[in-house]
Design a protein. Structure first.
Length: 277
């Protein structure tokens, strides 16, 4: 393993300065469930590792109805799944967090890491997409907010700049929202998603997001438009589930075939809509 400089910044400003100094030659260490493996396997060889776990406040999860749910960058997925406000107002997000890896992994892995890693099959991605979450970014030059649907641009690629770090994700509060998270994998636990999805009902509108069916998690705008504001009859649900298959672009890989993922897309959308209607 190549030697690297290791830093434990105590403030966001200090972390941002280090990011700006090293640029692409630095990696951020948070939960470490991906970075440590990549270092060990020599898949990455950074000049610097910036450990942000010691910055006060980044592990907090807060909620109020005006600001919604704010998940700090260092909040673990175990903390999210156990949080009383998450379980009460966003239970399908809690379920998605609980589905990640093993218990040991969940006490290390973070939701932010899951998103910044920009994997098409990130389990917390689809509920956050369906909830219109916003990613909060900060650097020495200021702060900005990016809708999560615009944050991930391709496999392992995001809009994160070299001097920025993600400080939190904010999830809007919506009165009476209902949702269903579904994960299909080869094993019941400790496995990556073959395909995952979230269906959300917000008043008379619907939001649908799927993972592992495209280079990024995706929303299904045509399907959402078809059903929003209409009574969800069995016939309309069947039509929506068929339309959903045209809005995804899965591939064949070691976990499943394209055809299988298309079939499961129809099932996830159909079952999800039946559950929330």
């Amino acid at each position: 393993m190549k030697e690297f400089d290791y830093y434990q910044p105590k403030t966001i400003a200090e972390a941002s300065e280090l990011r700006a100094r090293y640029g692409k030659a630095a990696v951020l260490l948070n939960g470490g469930t991906d970075v440590v493996i990549q270092l060990r396997e020599k898949l990455i060889a950074p000049d610097a590792v910036i450990d942000i776990k010691h910055i006060p406040g980044l592990d907090q999860i807060t909620f109020d109805k005006q600001n919604g749910l704010v998940i700090g960058a260092c909040a673990t997925v175990a903390a999210i799944s156990a949080d009383e406000n998450v379980k009460k107002y966003y239970p399908f997000l809690a379920e998605a967090a609980e589905s990640i890896g093993s218990k040991q992994v969940r006490y290390r892995a973070t939701c932010i890491g899951n998103i910044v890693n920009a994997s098409p099959l990130c389990d917390t991605g689809t509920p956050l997409y369906a909830l219109n979450a916003v990613v909060l970014l900060e650097s020495a030059s200021g702060k900005r907010e990016v809708p999560i649907t615009e944050f991930i641009t391709f496999v392992r690629k995001t809009v994160l700049k070299e001097d920025e770090l993600v400080t939190a994700i904010r999830v809007p509060y919506v009165e009476g929202v209902k949702g269903v998270f579904t994960k299909v994998a080869r094993r019941k636990e400790v496995d990556l998603s073959t395909i995952c999805g979230t269906v959300v009902k917000d008043g008379n509108g619907f939001r649908i997001a799927l993972g592992a069916v495209a280079p990024t998690p995706v929303r299904l705008p045509k399907t959402e438009a078809l059903i929003s504001g209409k009574p969800l009859t069995d016939a309309l649900i069947d039509e929506a589930a068929k339309l959903a298959q045209t809005e995804v672009s899965p591939i064949d890989d070691v976990r499943a075939s394209k055809a299988y993922r298309l079939d499961v897309t129809e099932v996830i959308v159909k079952n999800g809509l039946r559950a929330v209607r």
